[in-house]
Design a protein around this ligand. Structure first.
Ligand SMILES: Cc1cc2nc3c(=O)[nH]c(=O)nc-3n(C[C@H](O)[C@H](O)[C@H](O)COP(=O)(O)OP(=O)(O)OC[C@H]3O[C@@H](n4cnc5c(N)ncnc54)[C@H](O)[C@@H]3O)c2cc1C
Ligand SMILES: Nc1ncnc2c1ncn2[C@@H]1O[C@H](COP(=O)(O)OP(=O)(O)OP(=O)(O)O)[C@@H](O)[C@H]1O
Length: 543
């Protein structure tokens, strides 16, 4: 594993795996030829974080209630601005590239079914009302979002549509009174469990994950995937379907993934990865044992970037897990993928309950704590220069590939907030920039959780670097992969190489527990350590 150079994800040839898993393959058909549409006129599908065909209810509904569907994606300039407090790029180049690939794939798949994707550069609240007017659309369908930035856009689009009056079409109306305002219809589509099937409403959502999980597992069922008809046409008459943006047009410079994992955007790649992980490599049966790994493509599913962009439906994963359990085997690993997807659901529903407190410094519990915003500390964390190989390797993986394992994310979060005492929102916003799988609910949910301001029954979770290194990278393989200068260091010293590596920027809150760590006694280091201690407050060690 140490010498893997760069892995494309999925590593299968997409066109080959598509044939294996596609409609003519051995799995159930995704497209149904029986359904008849019964609607009139034009409906718009406003694609957001649901960049897929399979199990896309908004697309299905729009098709069903119309004679023609106009699929639209708006390149919203706000997504390419800066993060809220600290001014980092709102979308980094790697996620932007992934998004462009998702859009190209969606367009290709829509064309296969007799439609296309209209790409518009502009804010949805400007684009959609004018399209609704130009095409006389009676309805705009879109997937519902839950965080305030997206909710604001929803309100603005709705307001814009209220100003649009669709004149009666001459041949189909009898009186002049049939003028209409296009409706905005939201569809719930991000989670495994549908919000309408929950046995509680958002304000009474259990605060603790385990309670939430036990209730939904006992009382709810996961709905089946929505199947689309084989043909979605005819398309509306569109002069120019628009071009996909280049990174430069989005104000970003192209970034080559030189090592680690290169994720390919789009539904086709997403379905290939599911096929590869479950069926071809047969990894689902060992997921629970491998999921805490950090190195390589196969220790965990790597579904998250496709889930976040909506190129992959969690309900499809559920159906595939159930099929695997029937055809191969069911064990705690096959269940555990669903267990993790319920975490994702939990953070999504929590975002409705918590509102903006999810983004506030005190988090949902409104914890008062003195955080530091020391630029030097933060930048050393961000750039992978803390002097702790485990932190530095993970941060380098993040900036090189846009991905970091769940284990790595917990460790670097704990280090930033507990060992360095830095404002957790700086870390969360940096993740917002970099992560391919960035999702406001899962990101801010996990950050508030990890920094002790969320709904964690264990408020003071501290991840001890020596212990984490010993357990999850005992041979130092992971750190040597990302920090090649450590390759020549003996394996048992790779995590604490002393003067063979850069100086540690702060001491660990609970020390290095006898590892090969020489205290740095320089004046600069003493000052930095003191600043660190002042900022770090009183966390207790549990990890
Ligand atoms: C500080 C921090 C920030 C995070 N930010 C994000 C984020 O912005 N977007 C995101 O999708 N995940 C986030 N996670 C959760 C988790 O790290 C990733 O979902 C996971 O590492 C993705 O890899 P995978 O698909 O191989 O996961 P697997 O282990 O294969 O899990 C399967 C799926 O379950 C879901 N899942 C697993 N763990 C979690 C979790 N803790 N919270 C929510 N969903 C989970 C994901 O959708 C994942 O794809 C964050 C975790 C931490 C600690
Ligand atoms: N999708 C999203 N991605 C990232 N951040 C989001 C998203 N939706 C909402 N937010 C964040 O929610 C917060 C908005 O909360 P609010 O309106 O309460 O801000 P505020 O009161 O001005 O914040 P503060 O008091 O911290 O300055 C902002 O931090 C905003 O970035």
């Amino acid at each position: 594993m140490d010498n893997f150079k760069r892995t494309k994800l999925p590593s299968l040839d997409i066109s080959v795996s598509c044939r294996l898993i596609g409609p003519s393959g051995r799995r159930f058909t995704w497209y149904s030829s029986n359904t008849k549409r019964s609607g009139k006129g034009t409906a718009i599908v406003w694609f957001r974080n649901d960049l897929r065909m399979l199990d896309n209810e908004a697309l299905y509904k729009a098709w069903f209630v119309s004679e023609t569907v106009l699929p639209v994606y708006c390149i919203d300039p706000r997504l390419f601005g800066t993060t809220y407090h600290f001014g980092f790029p709102k979308t980094g180049a790697l996620r932007a590239q992934f998004l462009i690939e998702c859009l190209a794939d969606l367009r290709k798949n829509l064309m296969k079914r007799g439609l296309n994707l209209l790409i518009q550069h502009g804010k949805p609240e400007d684009v959609l009302p004018s399209l609704a007017k130009a095409y006389g659309a009676h309805t705009v369908y879109a997937q519902k979002e839950t965080c305030s930035e997206e909710l604001l856009v929803e309100r603005l689009v709705n307001k814009g549509l209220q100003q649009v009056v669709i004149p009666p079409s001459p041949e189909k109306t009898t009186g002049a009174t049939a003028q209409k305002i296009p409706r905005l219809q939201f569809i719930w589509g991000t989670t495994l469990y549908n919000i309408d099937d929950l046995p509680f409403d958002a304000p009474s959502l259990p605060d603790v994950y385990t309670q939430f999980r036990k209730i939904v597992e006992a009382k709810c069922t996961v709905r089946s995937c929505i199947k689309l008809p084989t043909s979605l046409g005819p398309p509306p008459e569109v002069g120019d379907w628009g071009c996909l943006p280049s990174l430069e047009q989005l104000g970003l410079s192209s970034q080559n993934v030189s090592k680690g994992m290169k994720f390919v955007g789009g539904e086709t790649a997403a379905l290939s990865r599911v096929y590869e992980y479950f069926w071809k490599k047969d990894l689902l049966k060992v997921y629970k044992e491998t999921r805490n790994g950090m190195l390589g493509p196969d220790y965990s599913t790597k579904f998250s970037p496709w889930l976040a962009s909506g190129s992959l439906s969690p309900r499809y994963i559920h159906e595939e897990v159930k099929r695997y359990e029937k055809e191969r085997q069911a064990n705690s690993s096959t269940y555990w993928v669903l267990f993790e997807l319920i975490w994702r659901d939990y953070f999504r529903f929590l975002s409705i309950k918590c509102g903006n407190s999810l983004f506030h410094v005190g988090g949902p519990r409104k914890v008062a704590h003195q955080w530091s915003q020391d630029k030097n500390f933060f930048e050393s964390w961000r750039d992978g220069r803390t002097g702790y190989p485990l932190i530095d390797a993970n941060m380098k993986e993040l900036s090189t590939t846009g991905f970091m394992s769940n284990r790595g994310r917990q460790i670097v979060c704990s280090f930033l907030v507990r060992d360095m005492g830095i404002d957790w929102r700086m870390g969360a916003e940096w993740f917002e920039t970099c992560l391919l799988d960035y999702d406001p609910c899962s990101n801010y949910g996990n950050w508030t959780y990890g920094s002790g301001v969320g709904n964690d029954p264990r408020e003071d979770r501290y991840f001890s670097i020596p212990k984490q290194a010993q357990t999850y990278d005992p041979e130092g393989e992971y750190v040597a992969y990302w920090l090649p200068q450590l390759k020549t260091v003996p394996k048992d010293r790779r995590h604490f190489p002393g003067n063979l590596y850069i100086k540690q920027i702060v001491p660990l809150k609970f020390g290095t527990a006898g590892r090969h760590h020489k205290e740095d006694k320089s004046i600069g280091a003493r000052k930095a350590n003191q600043r660190g201690r002042e900022a770090r407050g009183n966390w207790r060690q549990i990890g």
